[in-house]
Design a protein around this ligand. Structure first.
Ligand code: SF4
Length: 365
């Protein structure tokens, strides 16, 4: 393709035109579409809407395991035999203390994730109380909650408590969904996103690549997220967790991961696209390139698996000249953590599972 093709991609995306499926397919497959000019075209769109900012998310696994659902990619699913540290609901004090720690490490948004099918009235009540407390202490920072299915009244209650975002990933296309979960449907997930939107809560919803889906599924999910105007889109890459039903990533190369991120940027030009779980192990030496299409990432690993050390991630962002969206000066963190700068998530074969001190850092022994 000549330069006009790439210029046209950026223009089309910035002006709000949806790319046709043939173009999307060429972007993913690389049919005559070179990677470097493609990334540059996606970066033009990212820069137009998000500048150089990088938004850091830190996930708090508020309750680990005990989930009756059978999402095949999840170590907390009833069908998983992964050796994770299971525990019940963390106390309000623990969640508050971990929020303080997350914001001090540069997190702009604190993500509280609760395993399970859905949020009961009691859970919505408890969560609303916690959200109010965090917001009172950190009015400038944001909160995101992931708590399974949420009803319209539940969403309204969370909104009035001050919730900024609700996460509920669609994960894959509607037609592929039965391959990754049998205890609920794609529509169930979509209904929760609609409830959040109707309540005026921003929606965070993304995908997991590498579960055996076709290129057409990737295109379909990117377009679906566009149609619901998801404000935040985590693009995750399947983490090889031993014991999970889906434990072997399929078809992911560093270059393909970057192409997926570019596609998501073109189709969701102003969204906060996040290079999500598994970036370290799947992008490897190409990791920094992900921040040209994406504008956000996770710090401190994922729900049950380790990622890069904080120092390595923060240094990578600064080295490339991006700007972390935080009021904190993080230079001391980069300097303080040089000893574990080599930690880079998983190798090709399997992920490193978090232990209790990663999952509950403020809990006293
Ligand atoms: S993804 Fe959520 S609903 Fe599915 S098994 Fe994991 S914790 Fe349960």
């Amino acid at each position: 393709m000549n330069q006009d093709f790439y210029t046209q991609l950026s223009h089309q995306s910035i002006s709000g035109q949806e790319l046709d499926d043939a173009t999307c397919r060429a972007i993913l497959l690389g049919d005559g579409v070179d990677l470097l000019p493609l990334i540059n075209a996606a970066y033009t769109v990212r820069k137009h809407f998000r500048g150089l900012e990088v938004v850091i998310h830190i996930i708090n696994n508020a309750q680990n395991g005990h989930c009756p659902e059978d999402c095949h990619y999840c170590a907390q699913a009833k069908s998983s035999e992964a050796q994770i540290e299971e525990y019940g609901l963390k106390s309000e004090e623990e969640m508050l203390a971990e929020a303080r720690e997350a914001y001090s490490k540069g997190a702009y948004r604190y993500c509280m994730v609760y395993a399970g099918r859905g949020a009961s009235e009691q859970r919505i009540e408890r969560l609303s109380r916690l959200i109010r407390k965090i917001k009172a202490e950190f009015p400038k920072n944001e909160i995101c909650v992931s708590t399974g299915f949420v009803t319209p009244p539940g969403a309204r209650e969370l909104k009035s408590a001050g919730l900024d975002r609700l996460n509920h990933n669609l994960n894959s296309s509607e037609s592929f969904y039965p391959n990754i979960c049998t205890t609920h449907t794609f529509s169930d997930r979509l209904n929760t996103l609609m409830a959040a939107k109707e309540a005026g809560i921003e929606v965070c919803s993304g995908m997991i690549a590498g579960m055996g889906e076709a290129h057409s599924d990737v295109i379909e999910i990117a377009k679906r997220l566009r149609s619901i105007k998801a404000a935040s889109i985590p693009v995750n890459f399947l983490i090889p967790i031993e014991g999970n039903k889906l434990s072997v990533p399929q078809g992911l190369t560093p270059q393909y991961c970057l192409r997926i991120l570019c596609l998501f940027r073109f189709l969701n030009p102003d969204a906060e696209i996040r290079v999500g779980a598994g970036r370290e192990g799947h992008l490897r030496s190409m990791e920094i390139m992900s921040l040209y299409p994406a504008s956000s990432l996770f710090l401190q690993g994922y729900l049950n698996t380790k990622g890069s050390s904080n120092a390595r991630t923060l240094r990578m962002i600064k080295d490339a000249g991006f700007e972390i969206k935080s009021d904190e000066n993080l230079d001391h963190l980069i300097a303080a953590e040089t000893e574990d700068i080599s930690i880079q998530g998983f190798d090709d074969a399997k992920a490193i599972i978090k232990d209790l001190k990663d999952l509950r850092p403020v809990l006293k022994a």
